[in-house]
Design a protein around this ligand. Structure first.
Ligand SMILES: [Zn+2]
Ligand SMILES: [Zn+2]
Length: 144
C-alpha cells in the first residue's frame, strides 16, 4: 500500500491530553470485557490505530492492567483515552476522543461472552467471544 494512513486528532475531556493518530480501517469495535467496562465506565468503543502520538505525554496516566497491556487516561480529568499493548503493536483509541466519532463505522464486538445481560446493541456486527478474540490476536497471551 502506497497510501499514507489518514491522521485524526483527538483529546480528552479537559484538553490536557491531545493526540494525533494514524488511522487504518475507519471502524469502531466494542469490547464488553469486565476490565474495559470498569475502566471506561461503559462499553469501550475503540478504533484500532496504527500509531498514536501524544502531545502532552506528561499528562497521560498509564495503568498497567496486565503483562502485555496498559490503560491510558488523562491525569487531570480522568477520561479514558486508549488501551495499548506494551510492545507498541496495538493502540485501541476511544472513539469518543476523536472530533468526529460518526466517521467510524460500528463493525465488531468482542468479549461478547462477558457482556452483561442488561443491555444489547441493536446494530448487527461481527461478534467474537473473548477466547476467539485472544486466539486471533495471540496464541499465548491474555487480554486485559
Ligand atoms: Zn483531561
Ligand atoms: Zn476489553
Amino acid at each position: 500500500m502506497s497510501e499514507a494512513a489518514a491522521k485524526e486528532q483527538g483529546q480528552c475531556l479537559c484538553g490536557a491530553v491531545r493526540f494525533e493518530a494514524s488511522i487504518g480501517a475507519r471502524e469502531v469495535g466494542a469490547c464488553h470485557c469486565s476490565i474495559c467496562r470498569r475502566w471506561s465506565g461503559g462499553v469501550f468503543l475503540a478504533v484500532e490505530c496504527e500509531s498514536v502520538s501524544v502531545e502532552n505525554e506528561q499528562n497521560l496516566g498509564v495503568y498497567s492492567s496486565s503483562e502485555w497491556g496498559e490503560r491510558c487516561f488523562c491525569k487531570a480529568c480522568g477520561s479514558t483515552v486508549m488501551w495499548r499493548s506494551k510492545d507498541g503493536a496495538h493502540h485501541a483509541v476511544s472513539v469518543q476522543s476523536f472530533n468526529d466519532p460518526s466517521s467510524f463505522s460500528f463493525a465488531s464486538q468482542i468479549f461478547i461472552d462477558e457482556k452483561p445481560t442488561n443491555y444489547s446493541f441493536a446494530q448487527a456486527t461481527k461478534t467474537m467471544t473473548g477466547p476467539e478474540f485472544i486466539a486471533m490476536i495471540t496464541s499465548a497471551e491474555q487480554h486485559s
